[in-house]
Design a protein. Sequence first.
Lengths: 576, 95
Amino acid sequence: MNFATSPVLELTLPAWRSRFVALLVFCGFAVLAGRAVYLQGLHNAFLQAKGESRYGRIIETSANRGRITDRHGEMLAVSTPVKSIWAIPEEVKFEGPQLSKLAGLLGMPEREITNRIAETGGDFVFIKRQIPPEVADRVAKLHIRGLFQDREYRRYYPSGEVTAHVLGFTGAGDAGLEGVELAFQEHLAGKAGSRRVIRDRLGQIVEDVESIRAAQQGKDISLALDAKIQSLAFSQLKAAVIRHRAKAGSIVALDVGTGEVLALANVPTYNPNNRAQLSGAQLRNRAVTDTFEPGSTLKPFTIAAALESGRITPQTKIQTAPGRFTIGAATIRDAHPEAVLSVEQIIQKSSNVGAAKIALSLPAESLWDMFQSVGFGAVPRLGFPGEVAGRLRPYKTWRPIEQATMAYGHGISVSLLQLAHAYSIFARDGGIVPLSLTRVDLPGTPRSVITAQTARRVRHMLELAAQVGGTAPRAQIAGYRVAGKTGTAHKQENGTYAAHKYVSSFVGFAPASNPRLIIAVMIDEPSDGRYYGGEIAAPVFSRVMEGALRLTGVPPDAPMRPVEMPAKGQEVEESI
Amino acid sequence: MVRLNLFLLALLTVCALGLVTSQHKARKLFAEAEREQERARTLEVEFGQLQLEASTWATHTRVAHIATQVLRMRAPDAKRIRIVTREVPGEGRRQ
């Protein structure tokens, strides 16, 4: 049969039927096209976001907190990553021996883990924080359902309690809470960044899409601190506090030339790596945040003010007999009444009467000027939290008795750091440079407080005080000339002076021919029967200074022979 | 006309395969770079930990303890120290 003659072809259908089918097909296409336009043109943002979320991820790029090193680059504080293990309580499911293995790895009783999970109803509970990465890896290998890990940082302090107060510590989120960690928070803290990446099916990153925020690594800090001097200072201070059954103690070592803080330690202290049970007393950075009435260590400033005024010379004779001096209702006493003393001897023997008489011969303003210009009554601005200014009342409100007692360090309060800093005017020919916690390569220009001549004269007096015949022969060091002044003061309690509570202190510098280091020691409430600064604080000074001079390579400026000590009964007792 | 079309088709296929290969290579290299960076981070961390360990071992307190207790070392006393001054030409010996 021929196709062309097929009878089917003979059939004629109404024309509308084919048009109707064509219309239907056209409508179908129109719907598809409309949908395509809608999805790809109008509604594409949503779909693109959905699509991207299938493969795109935003990941955090971590940032380290900066390290803290001492002046020679020794590590004092380092952050290292640790893991925290957390769980979703509803999803946790232990199978077989998983629980006991986990308990073994984390060093926790099984009961504690299950309790922790059971007690928290929410959907998040920390099982254990800050565990070493190796342990965390082994925990991960247990493949426990509902158990997850997070990376966090932990800060370690290798020198522990020795540098605790200087460095401080960090709290949650690696934020500095105390000491240098707080003072330099901005500098040390890193800022975590984030970036958008494409991950493949296996979770590997295959493409970097964009960097949302670059991570900023924390910057390192090189402190002025010398770890060896610090350690020596701390161990000697601790030994002295234990030996004299004292309540507390502080020590500060400064570089004369640059104002750098080479060592700063307090007892009692704490271990910053394990801060489980901390008391306020342990946390106090006493050398900076506590003030005390310094006692006789302030006399050199009175003498310096008087020498500056030209009213006296080191040889001027002052009548101190009969060892008592009455102003109004109050009486100032010397421990050992002497007769006529030269100004030099007043420092050497630490006579209260002498110092008071000299102070009263001066206008109150010049004494106040002296105290104020060496930094008393002003916050040192080192950046430590809780730095105190101490108390120095305006001279217009002084009564004569106050002016007299201030001459030997009562009625005025200072921190140990201020006191050590103030002594730099004697150690460096009258100038003073600001203190610094960080390394100083180019010391600033000193601000002149007294003339070089006055500074040298007082330095000589301080050298006499630290020899046989002075109040502090125990401050001597073989091979070096030492200058310094003792202080012993009754402690103030509830507004009156406590009868048997003392603060013993010593501030000095060496070598006296060209001073390099200033060390100030303060021992609070020694209670083994002795309390004179010359007996309690001066030996600590001597041992620390000796070691520090050796460690910094300062050549001896005196013949190397054993130090002389006064014969028994010949010691000069200080007036309190 | 047909030959030109066939040629263009072949060219297109080659280009498409080339794109696939280079994309694959790029991803492989990227993954490798990523791995190396991760390794660098791990090494950095390890370095920090080693530094930490080193400074823990070298703590002054520990060194001092070993020197005095184990090795029985001590600083010489003043009697046994002699200070030697450098000889300055033309000045002769001092001390």
